[in-house]
Design a protein around this ligand. Structure first.
Ligand SMILES: Cc1cc2nc3c(=O)[nH]c(=O)nc-3n(C[C@H](O)[C@H](O)[C@H](O)COP(=O)(O)OP(=O)(O)OC[C@H]3O[C@@H](n4cnc5c(N)ncnc54)[C@H](O)[C@@H]3O)c2cc1C
Length: 378
C-alpha cells in the first residue's frame, strides 16, 4: 500500500505494476490537478523514467535545456555552461515540464483501479497479520507493506519518528508560468542577488517556468498580492526577468505558488520493519539543485526493483535504504549548502558570487554529472 499519489507514489505504483505486484495507492486529495508550476527533470530522473518506460513521453512534453548559467542582477555572468560540455558530461539535456503533465504521464501508467482518490492514510498499527492502516473515510485496510510517499509533511514519517521535525530554512519560494517564449535571445538560468534568486527555464517554445526565493519570516504573505510584490522586487533585474513577470497571468488562484522552504535533520532511517518512506517523506530537501522530484523518481525505481525479488517487504525496504542512503544524504546536504550561499545576505553575497565565478567550468560540470547525470543512479 502506498500513501500519497505525488511524483514518488505514482512512479512507485507504476514500477510495481510493471513488475506485476499488486498495490493500492491512497491519495487524500480528490484530484491530482496541479497548478502554476513547472519542474526540471535532470538526466538522472530521465534515466529513472526510462526504466519505467515513460522517458520518451515525458521528453516529448517538455522543453529541453542544455546550456545556461548563473548571473548577477545586472546581467553579468557568474558561471556559464557550454552546451557541448554539458551534454557530454550529463548524457542529455535537462527537461522542463509542467507538473500536471508529469503527473498525467505517471498516472496513466498506474492501474486505474489501484488509485483511490479522496482518501487519506491517518495512521497504522503493525500486527502479526500485517499492517492495519486507518483511512480518512473511517475504514481500515490490511497491507503487507506500507510506503509513505506523502510528501514533506508526511504523517507516515511522523508516526515512525515523532522526534524528527521539519526545519524552516529561513526563506520562501515563488513559482509561476509566464506566456513568454525565451527564444534564442535569452539564455536560461539563475540570477543570484543578495538574499535571494530568480530563475527561468523554457517550458516549450511559448511559455517560461520561473522561480524566485527570498529570505523572509515563516508564513508570510505579500499584502499587495504575490505577483505585484515580485514585479516590484525584481523590476530592476536584467532582461527578461521583468518581462517574464509581466507576462505571468494574474487571474485565478494558484497562478503564483508561494511555499516556505523546509528541510529536516537527516534521520538516516527510512524504513521500520514493513513500513518505508520515499521522496520528500524520507528526505525533504531545499530546491536549489532541482533534485527533490528527481530523487523521488530514483527512490521509486530502486524500491520497485527490490520488491520484485519476492522477499518480504521488510527485507526489500532495508535493501532500498542501504542502496540509496549515501547518495541521497549527499544531495540533501549539498542542496542545503547551496541554499545558504544563494540566500547569503549583505555583505557576504558579492564575495560568494566572486568565489563561485572562479570555479572552473570543467570542475562544475563534472560535479553536476555526479549528482544529475544519466549514469548517476547506477
Ligand atoms: C520551489 C520548489 C521548486 C522545486 N523544483 C524542483 C525541480 O525543479 N526539480 C525537482 O526534481 N524537484 C523540485 N522540487 C521538489 C519537488 O517538488 C519534490 O521533491 C517532489 O514533489 C516530491 O515528491 P513526493 O512524491 O515525495 O511528494 P509530493 O509531490 O509532495 O506528493 C505527496 C502526495 O501525498 C499526498 N498526501 C499527503 N498526505 C497524505 C496522506 N496522509 N494520505 C494520502 N495522501 C497524502 C499529497 O496530497 C501529495 O499528492 C521543488 C520544490 C519546491 C518547493
Amino acid at each position: 500500500m502506498i500513501a500519497g499519489a505525488g511524483i514518488g507514489g505514482l512512479a512507485l505504483a507504476a514500477g510495481l505494476r510493471k513488475q506485476g505486484l499488486p498495490v493500492t495507492v491512497f491519495e487524500c486529495r480528490n484530484s491530482l490537478a496541479e497548478v502554476g508550476a513547472g519542474i526540471s527533470l535532470w538526466p538522472n530522473a530521465l534515466a529513472a523514467l526510462d526504466q519505467l518506460g515513460l522517458g520518451a513521453e515525458v521528453r516529448s512534453l517538455g522543453g529541453q535545456v542544455a546550456s545556461g548559467g548563473v548571473r548577477r542582477p545586472n546581467g553579468t555572468w557568474i558561471q556559464r555552461v557550454d552546451r557541448d560540455a554539458y551534454e557530454t558530461a550529463l548524457g542529455e539535456p535537462l527537461v522542463v515540464i509542467h507538473r500536471a503533465d508529469l503527473l498525467d504521464v505517471l498516472r496513466a501508467a498506474v492501474e486505474p483501479s489501484s488509485l483511490r482518490l479522496g482518501i487519506g492514510v491517518e495512521g497504522f498499527e503493525v500486527g502479526a497479520n500485517g499492517i492495519e492502516v486507518r483511512l480518512s473515510d473511517g475504514s481500515t485496510e490490511i497491507a503487507q507493506g506500507l510506503i509513505g510517499a506523502d510528501g514533506v509533511h508526511s504523517g507516515v514519517a511522523r508516526q515512525l519518528w515523532p522526534q524528527v521535525h521539519l526545519r524552516f530554512a529561513g526563506y520562501t519560494a515563488w513559482r509561476g508560468i509566464a506566456q513568454f517564449g525565451l527564444g534564442i535571445d535569452h539564455v536560461p538560468g539563475e540570477t543570484w542577488g543578495v538574499g535571494g534568486e530568480f530563475g527561468f527555464l523554457p517550458l516549450g517554445t511559448d511559455r517560461t517556468y520561473w522561480f524566485a526565493t527570498e529570505n523572509t519570516a515563516e508564513g508570510g504573505r505579500a499584502s499587495e498580492g504575490e505577483l505585484t510584490y515580485l514585479r516590484d522586487r525584481f523590476g530592476e533585474w536584467h532582461a527578461p526577468i521583468p518581462a517574464i513577470l509581466a507576462a505571468t497571468d494574474t487571474t485565478g488562484p494558484g497562478h503564483v505558488l508561494r511555499n516556505d522552504i523546509y528541510d529536516r535533520a537527516l534521520t538516516g532511517k527510512w524504513t521500520h520493519g514493513p513500513v518505508a518512506v520515499i521522496g520528500d517523506a524520507a528526505h525533504p530537501m531545499r530546491p536549489h539543485l532541482g533534485q527533490g522530484g528527481c530523487q523521488a523518481l530514483e527512490d521509486s525505481v530502486v524500491l520497485s526493483r527490490q520488491l520484485s525479488s519476492g522477499d518480504p517487504p521488510a527485507q526489500a525496504f532495508q535493501r532500498y535504504e542501504s542502496a540509496r542512503r549515501r547518495r541521497v544524504r549527499r544531495i540533501v546536504r549539498e542542496s542545503a549548502n547551496l541554499g545558504r550561499f544563494i540566500q547569503a545576505p549583505r555583505p557576504f553575497a558579492p564575495h560568494i558570487h566572486r568565489l563561485a565565478s572562479m570555479m572552473p567550468e570543467g570542475l562544475l560540470i563534472r560535479h553536476l554529472a555526479g549528482v544529475a547525470g544519466r549514469d548517476a543512479l547506477d
